[in-house]
Design a protein around this ligand. Structure first.
Ligand code: PMP
Length: 405
């Protein structure tokens, strides 16, 4: 890439100097979790060594410093996703907890016979929480079909709306196919039917700019650990009027106004949904990760990843028996494939012997595997620190493994 000095970027990631079985590590499992640069880890260290005190409680200086850092990250997130207010930015443990929060609390407002629309390409974390509502009442999932190219059928989507549709939950970017769903259009369709929408942005936020106001989504969920940030932190963006309507998710400290044994009032947003001591060290460090992404420039990151994806796709397609799942042009930086009848597990194991870390199996999207009639897939996914040289070595390794069968 002309815009980014990849060598300089790589120097910020000590893990990239590791050898696996004598081979240079080539880390291509970024869609599962990205690596973490020094600036983020240094923020974690600084928090532990110099600013560790519980937040929102103490009058003392250190507690105030920790609180300021958490609230500074909240403002950074608000600004980065263009939310209207920090009241609409709730810290969670990750995308999964963010979705469970909405499914659980919005689910309280659903009745027998209500319907929720999801797509056939959802991650389990955007399927199972909605099914759990069904343990308490008869709420039914309606599923948007996915084409052979890996795209949602929008006509079929619109046809799924009935008088009983109460909610839509869909991925912005598929973690398997890389498909970028036309979420703005899909949200507009849902809103025409008076139905709110949650977007699972876990795979979008690391690779594209997201503007929640422009999308007009009602909820947007994502995870820090896929965005060069620390583990244990996620965000739920929610429109204030929905968050005010929904009951609290968990009870405990931080989320209350006044507590007696007879009656408890709840804190204002966003604290109403943040019971207990938050992961304030990692929240603070997530702020450093957002600064890092902004410094590199999301357009530059995306352009670099796109170049890697194009090259990898071109080279993989030269291998006999290669089958790539998800062929949308302009898709996200993931490439899922199978070669002949080599199992994803065997391919992954042999690539690992060559120092290459890829994902294998069902990718937490078993219904999508069923859709394509496969047990699993091999997935390579890119981040800003990957190089064209790594792509060449990866595709050569796939070719070599394919030749062994
Ligand atoms: N949705 C998608 C599309 C994902 O790729 C992931 C992460 N694999 C999740 C949700 C869940 O994210 P987390 O495990 O960070 O909660």
């Amino acid at each position: 890439s002309q815009q980014l000095d990849i060598d300089q970027i790589r120097a910020q990631y000590p893990i990239l100097t590791r050898k696996i079985d004598g081979h240079d590590l080539i880390y291509l499992d970024n869609a599962a979790t990205s690596q973490t640069p020094r600036c983020v880890v240094q923020t974690i260290e600084d928090m532990y060594y110099m600013h560790k005190a519980n937040v929102h409680r103490g009058v003392h200086t250190i507690s105030q410093e920790a609180t300021d850092r958490v609230e500074a990250t909240r403002e950074k997130v608000r600004d980065y996703i263009n939310a209207g207010s920090t009241q609409e930015v709730i810290f969670t443990r990750g995308t999964t907890e963010a979705i469970n929060l909405v499914a659980s609390t919005f689910g309280d407002m659903l009745y027998n016979g209500d319907e929720i629309i999801v797509t056939a390409m959802e991650h389990h974390s955007n399927i199972v929480p909605w099914q759990l509502i069904g343990r308490r009442k008869r709420v039914r999932l309606r599923v948007v079909p996915v084409s052979d190219r890996g795209e949602c059928d929008l006509d079929a989507y619109e046809d799924l709306f009935t008088d009983s549709t109460r909610f839509v939950a869909l991925a912005h970017v598929s973690n398997v196919l890389g498909t970028v769903n036309p979420v703005k259009e899909m949200i507009a369709i849902a809103h025409r039917h008076g139905v709110p929408v949650l977007i699972d942005g876990a795979q979008a936020m690391p690779h594209m700019r997201v503007d929640v106001k422009d999308l007009d989504c009602d909820f947007y969920a994502f995870s820090s650990h896929k965005m060069y940030g620390p583990t244990g932190v996620g965000v739920l963006y929610g429109k204030r009027h929905w968050l005010n309507t929904m009951a609290p998710y968990q009870g405990g400290g931080e989320m209350i106004g006044n507590v007696t044994f007879e009656h408890t009032t709840f804190a204002d947003l966003p604290f109403k949904f943040e019971a207990g001591t938050p992961d304030y060290v990692d929240v603070a460090a997530f702020g450093a990760a957002i600064d890092y992404i902004k410094e590199l420039g999301m357009e530059n990151i995306a352009a670099h990843e796109h170049e890697l994806l194009e090259e990898a796709t071109r080279e993989l397609l030269e291998i006999p028996g290669m089958r790539i799942f998800g062929t949308q042009s302009g898709k996200g930086a993931v490439i899922s494939f199978l070669v002949g009848d080599i199992s994803s597990y065997d391919m992954g194991l042999l690539l690992d012997k060559l120092g290459i870390a890829v994902r294998t199996g069902h990718h937490c999207a078993q219904p999508l595997m069923q859709r394509y009639g496969v047990q699993g897939m091999v997935r390579a996914s890119f981040a800003v620190y990957n190089t064209l040289d790594e792509v060449h070595r990866f595709t050569a390794a796939v070719k070599r493994v394919a030749g062994m069968f």
